[in-house]
Design a binder for this molecule. Structure first.
Ligand SMILES: Nc1ncnc2c1ncn2[C@@H]1O[C@H](COP(=O)(O)OP(=O)(O)O)[C@@H](O)[C@H]1O
Ligand SMILES: [Mg+2]
Length: 240
C-alpha cells in the first residue's frame, strides 16, 4: 500500500542527516505505528510521504503511484493530519471545511453527512460558525481531523495525533482509526505515546537517528528484546 524505498533526507546542506536509508512496506488494512524519540526523523519521513519535502534519494509510492511523479493522483487517496494544526485564522471553521471539501471535489451529500458526523463526534459543531482565530489548539486539531476525514482516504497519515486531544476525542480518534482499518483502509501514524501504539497497532517501526532500528508486531519486537515486557522497555532498550 505505502512503500518507502531507501529514503534519505538531510538538512543544512547535508550536515544533518534526518532520515537515513529508510525502507518500509505498509500493508493495506493495517494500523502502522511509527515510533521514535524526539528528533528521530518521524516528521521528516512523514513530510516526504505526503509530498511536503522531497527526498534526497529513494522512492515513495502509494498503491503503486509514485508520490513524487504523480503527486495529485497520490494525494487524492491520502489524508494527512500534521503535528501542528496550521489553519487559516481568518476563515470560519465551516469555510475551511468547505474549502478542503472543494479541493478534494467531495460531493455535497457526502460532505454534509461526514460533517454532521464528525463535528458532533468531536464536539465542535457549535464553533464552526466562528473564526478559526478564536479556536484553542485542541479545537484546531479537531477541525483538521474533520477536514482530513471528509474524503474517505485510502491512506490516513497522522503525525503525533494524540498530542493536545482531550481523552474523549483521543478515544474517538482511536475508534475511527480502528474502523478505517476494518474497512480495509490503511493508517500510518507517528507517536511517542507508547501505550497507544502498543494497544492500537498491527505493526510498529522504531526509528532512531534517522534509521529504522526495529520493525514488526508487538510479539516480534518482544521476542527480540532482552526485557520481554512492555513496549516501553523495548523502546528504552533500543533507543538508549
Ligand atoms: N527544517 C529543519 N532544518 C534543519 N534541521 C531540521 C529541520 N527539521 C528537522 N530537523 C532535524 O532533523 C532531525 C529529525 O527531525 P524530525 O523529523 O522533526 O524528528 P521527529 O519528528 O522524530 O521528532 C532532528 O535532528 C531535527 O533537529
Ligand atoms: Mg515530529
Amino acid at each position: 500500500m505505502l512503500k518507502l524505498k531507501n529514503i534519505s533526507k538531510s538538512y543544512g546542506k547535508g550536515t544533518i542527516k534526518a532520515v537515513d536509508d529508510v525502507s518500509l512496506d505498509i500493508r493495506p488494512g493495517e494500523i502502522f505505528g511509527f515510533l521514535g524519540p524526539n528528533g528521530a526523523g518521524k516528521t521528516t519521513t512523514i513530510k516526504m510521504v505526503v509530498g511536503l519535502l522531497k527526498p534526497d534519494t529513494g522512492t515513495i509510492s502509494v498503491n503503486n503511484i509514485d508520490v513524487w511523479e504523480e503527486p495529485l493522483k497520490a494525494k487524492s487517496i491520502i489524508s494527512y493530519v500534521p503535528d501542528n494544526p496550521e489553519v487559516y485564522d481568518r476563515l470560519k471553521g465551516i469555510e475551511y471545511l468547505n474549502f478542503i471539501g472543494d479541493m478534494y471535489g467531495i460531493p455535497k451529500e457526502q460532505r454534509q453527512r461526514k460533517l454532521e458526523h464528525y463535528l458532533e463526534l468531536f464536539n465542535i459543531k457549535d464553533a464552526v460558525g466562528d473564526l478559526i482565530a478564536s479556536y484553542s489548539h485542541g479545537m484546531k486539531q479537531k477541525l483538521v481531523l474533520t477536514s482530513a476525514l471528509l474524503n474517505d482516504p485510502k491512506l490516513f497519515i497522522l503525525d503525533e495525533p494524540m498530542v493536545g486531544l482531550d481523552p474523549k476525542s483521543s478515544f474517538n480518534l482511536k475508534e475511527i482509526m480502528r474502523n478505517m482499518c476494518n474497512e480495509g483502509k490503511t493508517v500510518f501514524f507517528s507517536t511517542h505515546v507508547l501505550e497507544v501504539a502498543e494497544k492500537l497497532c498491527d505493526r510498529i517501526a522504531i526509528i532512531n537517528n534517522g534509521k529504522i532500528i526495529a520493525l514488526g508486531t508487538m510479539e516480534e519486537l518482544r521476542s527480540h528484546a532482552v526485557e520481554r515486557k512492555s513496549l516501553e522497555n523495548i523502546f528504552l532498550e533500543l533507543t538508549e
